[in-house]
Design a protein around this ligand. Structure first.
Ligand SMILES: [Mg+2]
Length: 405
């Protein structure tokens, strides 16, 4: 038995073998079977298949110089027999060590244009980053690709790419690599205009005949122009006298955001805990918690006396600070460090929560929120958040198929 390779392979003579051509079963086995005759050791393997074409790269130790020529001709004739192209390069050592600073850059486009891709790649390079790997996360309903980048710290890369993404009109999310990304175990979402497409208070207001008045106050509060608690009390007061029977009607009117079920189902399968915090009302969030199998839900509670809304809320008000407080509380209860939480929201009252989380995602948010969050998604599909966590569409669909069978 040969000694295994030393951890430091810098001076070891190596061969880079690249195979390209039409993919078919047995190529990888065939190549290594051919190489095995020369007793070489594997240092690295990378393989991708794109539209039926395989690129297989193998980095192996170089055989004794007496045998190198024979190895080359054997590999070339094997490749020719399968109508593949082979390239063999001599050299020394392993891959270049990757630079300090590792990030995952997720790019979402509908469609993803070559122009945008060029601009983003150029910006990564101009910040001193190197693109180590690129792969596709999803092709539908958005095209999502992930760049693994090294050589630049996450923060400056995020700033540079946020500017570039905004100019191009594509979503670019930059997340630090490392074990933490895989250990994210709690996702907390805002409800109104995030988990659902509606603003719940506006649904109630329609029954109270004050929809326009309420919508105006909501918009101002979401833009950060009004103190949330004040605006909440002002709007709830307009609901005074409304019959409690509207609660059932409103629950039935709530429209989930496209991708919401997929997001939650997938996260639950992966062992995440999922919660919602809302400046809206427990009368609706409790129902959502039940229907969607959420672990946590907290919101404001409309006071009901003798079957009528009093126009007041009871208990602790869930406002901007309250949402961040609840994120911390849920994290504690879930036994998940705050750094391993993900928060998703669209409004100014989500800002503290987005900042407190390990990864704060602005979802179709106002510019103020988008600029402050770690990542922004501006396509109307909530499950695209999965791509920021490195989960591919293929994995989501495979898990769905597995559960159905
Ligand atoms: Mg919202």
């Amino acid at each position: 038995m040969r000694a295994s390779l030393p951890p430091e392979t810098a001076d070891v003579p190596t061969l880079l073998v690249k195979i390209f051509g039409k993919d078919r079963p047995g190529i990888t086995a065939g190549l290594f079977d051919t190489l095995a005759a020369f007793s070489v050791d594997v240092i690295d393997i990378e393989q991708v298949v794109t539209r039926g074409r395989i690129v297989l790269c193998a980095l192996v130790t170089r055989p004794h110089s007496d045998h190198e020529g024979e190895l080359r001709s054997t590999v070339h004739s094997w490749a020719e027999s399968l109508k593949l192209q082979a390239e063999i390069l001599s050299g020394t050592g392993d891959n270049q060590p990757r630079g300090e600073g590792r990030s995952h850059v997720t790019v979402l486009g509908v469609p993803l244009t070559a122009e945008s891709t060029a601009a983003i790649a150029a910006r990564i390079t101009s910040t001193g980053g190197n693109i180590d790997r690129i792969f596709r996360l999803a092709k539908y309903p958005v095209t999502a690709v992930e760049f693994a980048v090294s050589g630049v710290a996450t923060e400056p890369l995020r700033t540079a790419l946020a500017t570039e993404g905004a100019a191009l009109g594509v979503d670019v999310a930059v997340v630090a690599s490392g074990i933490q990304r895989r250990a994210q175990r709690l996702v907390v979402m805002d409800v109104d205009s995030t988990l659902i497409q509606d603003e719940v208070i506006e649904l109630f207001a329609a029954y109270a005949g004050c929809a326009d008045e309420v919508a105006e106050v909501t918009a101002a509060a979401m833009r950060g122009e009004l103190d949330f608690a004040q605006s909440l009390h002002a709007r709830v007061a307009l609901l005074a006298g409304l019959d409690v029977s509207v609660v059932e009607k409103v629950r039935g009117e709530v429209r989930l955001t496209p991708g919401a079920r997929t997001l939650i189902r997938t996260l639950k399968r992966l062992g995440y805990q999922v919660g919602v915090v809302s400046g809206g009302f427990t009368q609706v969030t409790d129902d959502l918690k039940e229907r969607l199998g959420l672990d946590f839900a907290q919101a404001n509670t409309l006071e009901i006396v003798d079957g009528k809304f009093t126009g007041r809320v009871v208990g602790e008000v869930v406002d901007r600070a309250g949402k961040a407080r609840l994120l911390r509380r849920f994290a504690k209860e879930a036994g998940v460090p705050l750094a391993q939480t993900v928060a998703i929201g669209d409004g100014a009252n989500d800002l503290d929560m987005l900042n407190a989380a390990g990864l704060g995602v602005a979802f179709n948010a106002k510019p103020l929120v988008r600029e402050a969050a770690h990542a922004a998604v501006n396509v109307p599909f909530l499950d695209t958040v999965l791509y920021l966590l490195g989960i591919t569409r293929e994995e989501v669909e495979a898990a769905d198929a597995h559960d159905e069978s």
